[in-house]
Design a protein. Structure first.
Length: 205
């Protein structure tokens, strides 16, 4: 989902040297990933008032404003830094429009909303299928993908977030650990716990 790091590193070097074109290319090559992240997390009812593209634009305005500080002290990979800004803007959107949200935005996580036919759902469904699932659930991978998406929305905030980060944002365990400010073993254990709970929900279904 997120762009390859090698070209990002080159563009960051150019941006640090004051190359405005490098700054523009740096931000633009991350636009699609940020859009996907916002789209997955923005509550469906809030989308009636706030367009995903508007939230994405706010992310890049804020990123442009803070880029100089980041370049002076890049405490984390650029895409994780940009991801933090996007997450803050998503939370702000839910807080501003809490009256129209489908459920309390005090939980600070939007309803999981992947695109229809999202390949990540299909891939995760294939990994989760096992002999414990009912024949009806295992009969169709696409139907299973829908069940996976529904089950993710039933997980608590921590479990749901780490599944989305690993399988939909395609972040590595190391990146998840950095984003959540956890040790890598702790991030791995949290992910395994979330997958066990997801399997349990699917088995109950």
């Amino acid at each position: 989902m997120w762009p390859e790091a090698e070209q990002t590193t080159e563009l960051l070097a150019g941006a640090k040297d004051g190359d405005a074109a490098a700054v523009n290319r740096l931000l633009e090559r991350h636009r699609q990933a940020v859009h996907r992240m916002v789209q997955m997390r923005l509550d469906q009812k809030i989308r009636r008032r706030v367009d995903v593209s508007d939230v994405v634009q706010d992310v890049f305005v804020e990123a442009s404003r803070r880029l100089k500080d980041y370049l002076q002290n890049p405490a984390m990979p650029f895409h994780l830094w940009l991801r933090h800004i996007a997450q803050d803007r998503i939370i702000d959107a839910h807080r501003r429009h809490r009256a129209s949200a489908k459920r309390s935005v005090d939980r600070e996580r939007a309803l999981f909303a992947p695109a229809v036919g999202d390949q990540s759902s299909l891939d995760l469904a294939a990994q989760l299928r096992d002999g414990e699932l009912t024949p009806a659930a295992a009969a169709s991978q696409r139907e299973m993908a829908k069940r996976v998406e529904a089950a993710i929305s039933q997980l608590d905030d921590q479990d749901g977030e780490i599944v989305i980060m690993r399988h939909y944002e395609q972040l590595s365990n190391q990146e998840v650990a950095a984003a959540l400010e956890l040790s890598e073993p702790a991030a791995s254990m949290r992910y395994l716990r979330a997958i066990r709970r997801l399997r349990k929900l699917l088995g109950e279904a």
